[in-house]
Design a protein around this ligand. Sequence first.
Ligand code: GN1
Ligand code: MG
Length: 356
Amino acid sequence: MAPVLTEDVQGTINRVIAQYGLGSVLSVAQEGSGVIHKTYRVDTAQGSFICQQLNTSIFGSGLYALEFNYERYVSAFSATPELKGEWIVPAWQKATSGGYFFSDTDGSSWRVYGYIEGKTLPAVGEKSHLEQYAIGLSKIHFVLKHFEGQPQPAIPQFHDLPFYYDEYMKALGTQVPRKENCHCVKTISDGISLALSVRTDINPCTIHGDPKTGNVILNDKGKAIAFIDLDTFMYASKLLDIADSVRSIANTAGEAPEDDSRVAFDKDSCEVFLHSYYTAPTYGLSKREESELASVLLMIPFELGLRFYTDYLRGDTYFAVDYQEQNLHRAMCQFRLFEDMRRKGLQGIVNKAFRR
Ligand code: GN1
Ligand code: MG
């Protein structure tokens, strides 16, 4: 059940919505599975909207890059008539002051966009969901082919594994890890050389950067119609997006199970996803990309585990937590997935999915 909102939050949202001239607020509810921003669905006299309180500390050069990238994405979509009627770009609203973002008196920043009817994908999906997810990813890649120039890096060093490893070493410092942390420390020291050797710079292009299941919307017919969460556009290999999708859909226990021993890599989901991406009309991977895919698939849960664990060591400054050890727990889940992928092997699945 959605948490009951305090009067303070309701009052703040009324104030934000007024700044966008969207009429009186009828109802507010917390929404989504994001772990960075606070997200609310707001129904107003003028329709339904998503209202987000941004965690601005993650954005290096302020919000300018977000606006730049969003507008280029809108233009890229206009230049993709093939997808008209089957793809939706979230409609960011402009505040009456003229910009997309509203800064409240307490220094927090807000963004509002039109609510897209539909639902996000469940983390543990049916076959038809997996196919649609893959088709959706290939569609956004097709739109992003029309992105003019390169996106501005909104989040410095996003998907930069050497940087994440440095941050981890700094956070670990001289700490002697407690028993339950030892598994993370050992997985990192055993896996880091392999992960650092993975090539993620092949055929760089504009990618989504964070295409996890919670960021894709399916309509009532089960078709993928939009990606939300457009903060991570970046210039890098498409393989990162494919691998992030696989780590988010091919984990039998979902991203945040109560019991991390239930985490297992589901080879069939991975194969269905890859095959659907490969056979989608907008498909496009070079031979070189195909040959690197297996190693990037393995690297991504390792990278995310490293990020969660570092944030846990640092005192949860990046990923929001509901309880004290949640980032440790999230890290353990990603490391278990990484280990199970490694054990089961990925090249055979890639070959089968691509029918080679
Ligand atoms: C964050 O914002 P959200 O919840 O969609 C994170 C991703 C992680 C994901 C793990 C900007 O995504 O990189 O893969 O959590 N986004 C950012 O759930 O760091
Ligand atoms: Mg995100």
